[in-house]
Design a protein around this ligand. Sequence first.
Ligand code: FES
Ligand SMILES: [Fe+2]
Length: 440
Amino acid sequence: MAQSISNSEIASLVEPARLHKRLYLDPDIFELEMERIWGQAWIFIGHESQVPQTGDFFTTNITHKIPVVMVRDKSGAVHVLHNRCAHKGAKLVEKREGNVRGAFRCAYHGWSYRHDGSLLKIPNESGYEGTGFDLNSPCNNMQKLAQVESYRGFVFATLSPEAPDLKTWLGGAVDCLDNLCDRAPEGEVEVAGGVLRYEHDCNWKFILENLNDTMHPMVVHQSVVQAAEDYIASLPESAGKKRSEAEIILPFGSSYENFENTGITGFRYGHHYDGGKSSIHADYSVLPAYHEAMVKAYGEERTREIYSFNTHNTLYYPSLTIKSAVQNIRVVRPLSVNRFVVETWSFRLKGAPDEMLQRTLLYSRLINSSASMVGPDDLEVYRRAQEGLESNASDWVEYHRQYGRDQQLEDRVVGGGTGDLDMRTQYKAWREYMTGEIFQ
Ligand code: FES
Ligand SMILES: [Fe+2]
């Protein structure tokens, strides 16, 4: 149980351009974050294509201590249920994914549940007769989460009955999920190519802060960009210099000016993205067969419009980060104050040639995998930050870049690509979640 910390004390930890280091170090703050941020926000659970058939399930956690299961029933509906037996509380489904034909059966005393979570059967049921126990009471079902919704196949759930509907919560940032799906000639995507799971020994917020921190790639990833440049220069002309690997890695060395011009856009509830008109993915070559399929599906003008909305990373605070232009996502799951897991999932664009999925998988291997050339650079600096914050040198970390220059538009805030608008956006939401003001 977290120590009680008053709302005014919490608010004092997040100044407009400085953060107190307790945000990264204090286990009581972490427990409160699980309760008030992860326990209230819409959390990404999975994609419907992970459970295509009746009885298919996928398990994950919605907070560090609350396991859930996503399952499809015979009517085709997808449910997200607490992964907990109603009898004595045992976790019901241990496997990460699979198919359960008739019902979930608890490994302890054999209570079984339908795919919608309702209680199906209790062994030796007569023992309950005349005891006042009500077999049909909803308390004896696997419990549903407070709200579950899907947007274009992306399933989110929240433990909060107060949260607004998913579309409202996504706000203008929904454009990025739309763009990811619209890049499929059939307008739909499906999970493909497995998952990369990568544990980090630091606070979960570091990865969210790093996504659209465009002041770091040319420094942190300098060596990998240099190595890629040297390798490409060593290739004979006949090998072709414009390879997919080069297109993916070299933009990480883009100049400050280029990153500044991409811009950052922030929204309510902490969501934000980098890019829009341009991003580090903007100069990828377009495969002729893919272009043909897109034009056939959408027409020339709409196809250009879809390509031209080019974002780098979008964060749906706090659990989901997507790359619309590359069709992969990263899912964040905190474990403790200094440990979290990131999962990278890749998507097939329905109706697109297989080369598009191959490029997505190549991107994941080159950038996101624990054996990649780029991701481990980031992990190393997060680890150093976590270690450095333990010292008594100062209580504060700062994010003043371009403070005071952000421009408030109707439903969003826009600013320069190298500013700290992404930090201001997410920490405004952090403070509102943590002090109970978020849905007021
Ligand atoms: S705990 Fe599940 S059947 Fe007893
Ligand atoms: Fe990075």
